[in-house]
Design a protein around this ligand. Structure first.
Ligand SMILES: C[S@@+](CC[C@H](N)C(=O)[O-])C[C@H]1O[C@@H](n2cnc3c(N)ncnc32)[C@H](O)[C@@H]1O
Length: 114
């Protein structure tokens, strides 16, 4: 048992052990693959940080990805990443849009064709 768990007084239950066994960072991509959405689908990443998921969703699935992120520093790093991506994989970068916004104060507008 770790000293942190001992100090917190938490018992090391099987349930706790399971919750401490994190799945890979790419789990989301496996879940997205199961949805079988076509290339060109539009996705929204709320809390897009430095655009990692936006980039991978565009690269792996051909999605149009919109990322919103309230932290300017993350957006600056995202812009750098997208600049580098545009040089290496312009077709992937062209499908990505990052915007400074917070979910709590943002109205997303889109048109749905039927
Ligand atoms: C775990 S990170 C997301 C990781 C990201 N999808 C990636 O590709 O690396 C969570 C992000 O949510 C952002 N966030 C926090 N509150 C938010 C809010 N109200 N609206 C939008 N984003 C928010 C944080 O600044 C942080 O960058």
């Amino acid at each position: 048992m770790s000293s942190e768990v001992r100090q917190s007084g938490l018992a090391q239950t099987p349930e706790l052990s399971e919750s401490l066994g994190p799945r890979g960072f790419d789990l989301m991509f496996d879940l997205v693959a199961e949805l079988d959405l076509p290339p060109g689908s539009t996705v929204l990443d709320v809390g897009a940080r430095e655009a990692y998921h936006c980039i991978e969703l565009s690269r792996r699935f051909g999605f149009i990805t919109h990322g919103i992120e309230p932290v300017r520093r993350h957006l600056g790093n995202a812009a750098d990443a997208l600049d580098a991506l545009a040089a290496a994989e312009p077709e992937v970068a062209a499908r990505i849009c990052m915007q400074r916004a917070s979910l709590s104060g943002w109205a997303y507008q889109t048109r749905v064709s039927t």
